[in-house]
Design a protein around this ligand. Structure first.
Ligand SMILES: Cc1cc2nc3c(=O)[nH]c(=O)nc-3n(C[C@H](O)[C@H](O)[C@H](O)COP(=O)(O)OP(=O)(O)OC[C@H]3O[C@@H](n4cnc5c(N)ncnc54)[C@H](O)[C@@H]3O)c2cc1C
Length: 475
């Protein structure tokens, strides 16, 4: 009987020492023998919940783990690339939904699947296994993909494989969407994005940067020139502080994405100087999620005097909460490498006002929240606790409170796409919008989500576009 998942302990390689002195990727990697050993923890699993309940891409995890254990790294790559278009992105930034539903995680610790995925794809690039997939036959059909984030890239890759001519239009100078401009280099080095773009270009995908559809080129023109249009524009509108909160737009108060993208642009050489700097500042990050955590790590690297991250929700439990039993994604506290680098974290606090002096924000006042729980023990509603107000000094406030939907500034109106109640694009089960030949996918449809979900959405949307184009060809 295979008992490696009990006999062999999970190994997490952790993060680099001295990492805050630079912006290079922070995560350390297991060596080849350790990866083989870790993959062996998966073997013997007869009920792989990681496939379906976990990984949105339905990666064949036990299958590639078996190949890794047997030293068949090329096979492992072929199995992985059957379902995943860009494992080099997910193996760096995915929260690893698969690991939360890994069977070994019930009696023991989950298999370190994301580390194994990284080893497979990096070995594949090093060995030259990652080749551009050039279709044998071209269909003569043309598809415009608007937006080059993970959903747009994944759609472009799939459509090109299926023989269609694909042009990706991106309003930024460089491609990758939030992979490029949102996620910091210390999580995902941008050479990794470039390397993939190079493979895609060699496969025949065309990229047009610095082109905003809806202003530089009309959406209608695009519809006339292409047989299908895929809208993959993300949810770019950040949530601001409530307009009633005094001081909400004082100098020194910025959206997280403006701060993060400025740093990414400097590292890539696209800008010569930061437009917002945390150097010597007392930084206050409002919003306790991943974007906020990225602001923490970036502020520390820029030389902030102090960093505090606050969250309105109560502090989650250290371990999986009973309301999210295995194999569900667990509700529990998450501590990132950035948090470990030195920041104060506060939960259950509600911002009441920002105060300024000498033309700049200087502090924020909060009250404590008393949360009422629902029948499952999850936070439901809150009231400010009377007399609990307290102040935090801050001369740089970064708003990281999520995104409120797609931009309504040209493209969406020009195409006449219906918008749903969550301010995202409405599509049917085949990713088709209300406009003939116009499809949509990624965060623009789902709302703010994850790279892995955007990849899956782009890939599935591409299959639906391909179906439509095949019908046109047959007629
Ligand atoms: C700071 C930050 C960190 C994150 N970290 C992680 C993480 O670690 N792990 C994870 O899984 N997920 C993470 N996410 C979420 C993840 O990045 C998104 O879910 C994912 O990028 C969505 O992909 P997308 O292709 O739908 O949209 P996006 O990545 O937003 O790409 C949309 C693209 O469309 C372009 N565009 C918009 N309008 C037009 C137009 N009119 N013409 C031309 N181009 C246009 C935009 O410029 C952009 O490049 C993070 C998000 C943020 C904000």
């Amino acid at each position: 009987m295979a008992t490696e998942f009990i006999d062999t302990a999970r190994r997490d390689p952790g993060y680099r020492e001295g990492r805050t002195a630079d912006f290079m990727e922070v995560e350390q990697r297991l060596d080849a023998p350790a990866i083989k050993e870790q993959a062996s923890r998966c073997i013997g699993c007869g009920i792989p919940f990681c496939h379906g309940a976990g990984c949105p891409l339905e990666n064949l995890i036990p299958e590639f783990n078996r190949a890794v254990r047997e030293g068949r790294m090329r096979d492992a790559y072929l199995i992985l690339s059957e379902t995943s278009p860009f494992p080099e992105f997910t193996s760096r930034v995915c929260p690893a939904l698969c690991e939360a539903s890994c069977c070994a995680g019930l009696p023991s610790d989950a298999v370190t699947i994301r580390q194994i995925e990284y080893a497979i794809i990096e070995n594949a690039f090093a060995m030259g296994y990652v080749e551009p997939v050039i279709p044998a036959v071209r269909t003569g059909m043309r598809v415009a993909v608007i937006g080059s984030g993970p959903s747009g890239l994944s759609a472009a890759e799939e459509l090109n494989r299926r023989g269609h001519e694909v042009v990706v239009f991106e309003r930024n100078v460089n491609f990758g969407g939030l992979l490029r401009y949102g996620i910091p280099d210390f999580k995902l080095g941008k050479s990794v994005v470039e390397r993939r773009l190079d493979v895609m270009r060699r496969a025949g995908v065309q990229f047009e940067g610095g082109v905003e559809i809806g202003s530089d080129i009309s959406a209608e023109y695009l519809r006339r020139k292409f047989d299908a249009v895929a809208v993959c524009v993300g949810t770019q509108v950040p949530r601001g502080l409530h307009p009633d909160i005094p001081g909400n737009s004082l100098p020194g108060v910025h959206f997280a994405m403006d701060f993060l993208s400025s740093q990414n642009r400097v590292i890539s050489g696209e800008s010569s100087a930061l437009s917002i700097s945390a150097k010597d500042k007392k930084v206050l990050v409002i919003g306790g999620g991943d974007t906020g955590s990225d602001c923490v790590g970036t502020s520390i690297r820029q030389g902030a005097a102090s960093v505090t991250q606050v969250e309105i929700m109560p502090e989650p439990p250290e371990e999986r909460h009973a309301s999210t039993p295995w194999p569900d994604w667990p509700y529990r506290k998450r501590t990132s490498s950035s948090h470990m680098e030195g920041c104060t974290r506060l939960w259950g606090v509600n911002v009441k006002k920002l105060d300024g002096r000498a033309g700049r924000v200087r502090s924020a006042t909060f009250s404590l929240c008393d949360w009422e729980l629902d029948a499952l023990g999850r936070p439901k509603s809150f009231k400010d606790r009377l007399g609990s107000e307290f102040k935090i000094e801050a001369d740089l406030v970064l708003l990281s409170m999520g995104f409120t939907g797609v931009e309504k500034n040209g493209l969406v109106e020009q195409l006449g796409i219906q918008i749903g109640p969550r301010s995202t694009l409405s599509v049917d089960s085949s990713f088709a919008t209300n406009m003939e030949g116009v499809f949509a996918g990624g965060d623009a449809v789902s709302g703010p989500s994850l790279v892995v979900r955007a990849l899956k959405s782009g890939k599935d949307m591409a299959a639906c576009i391909d179906n439509r184009l095949k019908k046109i060809i047959r007629h």
